[in-house]
Design a binder for this molecule. Structure first.
Ligand SMILES: [Fe+2]
Length: 238
């Protein structure tokens, strides 16, 4: 039988091996977590580029929306651990437009009811794509509801008021503002003042008034940059 001192030395050696083993394991888990996050971020960037290539949304547009969404979310006290989901929802809420035929998506002039129905399916397509990303289930729901209206007349679920996720309400406001001020090949973007006027006009019907009020100072602060990036004359600003 080993003496107590030998026994103590053996226990110390085993304890040291276990400690080293668990430290290595923790390091490996951390490495794998980092690899997983990097891979997920690469996929998000790849989808963003896909939208760019399909001419659905440009990199500048997406980045701007994501920055605004994060700033509005923080002002509305959305917890910091949900901000990543806010960013992804703002970046990729329209990813489902990939599933809408170009002939419909880029059609100029009035749409038939079937064509409108095809476009209106894009939030569900966005949801069905994003929910496949492990860890982005929350962002997929925000994308699903980004065309709901505050008065319940939106789609796909006809959700009303605060039943609409707050992040979807944020994306709805900033996306509408961005669409209004951006130039399209068939029309010139609206001035900042006119776009804000239209947002305010549609509070409680289409938009959440609190989100609009929170967004206005952010839009005003960056109006010059936005208009430069959107290609609208800065003389139209404010
Ligand atoms: Fe959309």
């Amino acid at each position: 039988m080993a003496s107590p001192s030998v026994h103590t030395a053996m226990s110390a050696a085993v304890a040291s091996q276990v400690f080293e083993g668990s430290a290595l394991l923790r390091l490996r888990v951390k490495e794998l977590e980092e690899q997983h996050l990097a891979f997920r971020n690469s996929l998000i960037c790849a989808f963003n580029q896909l939208l760019d290539l399909k001419d659905i949304s440009t990199g500048v547009h997406s980045t701007r929306l994501a920055e605004w969404a994060i700033r509005v979310a923080r002002k509305l006290n959305i917890p910091e651990d949900r901000i990543y989901q806010v960013e992804v929802a703002a970046l990729l809420h329209d990813v489902g437009k990939i599933g809408v035929p170009d002939a419909i998506l880029k059609k100029q002039g009035p749409l038939t009811s079937e064509e409108r129905a095809a476009i209106n399916r894009h939030p569900e397509y966005s949801w069905s794509i994003l929910r496949l990303f492990p860890g982005l289930e929350e962002a997929s729901l925000y994308a699903l509801h980004h065309h709901e209206n505050f008065d319940g007349t939106g789609y796909p679920a006809g959700l009303k008021g605060h039943d609409i996720p707050i992040v979807s309400r944020i994306v709805s406001v900033i996306d509408a503002y961005d669409a209004m001020v951006s130039n399209r090949c068939y029309r010139k973007g609206l001035s900042h003042g006119e776009a804000i006027h239209r947002l305010l006009e549609s509070t409680e019907t289409q938009f959440d008034a609190e989100v609009v009020r929170t967004f206005i100072p952010i839009a005003e602060q960056e109006a010059a940059d936005v208009f430069a990036a959107a290609g609208t004359s800065t003389s139209a600003v404010l």
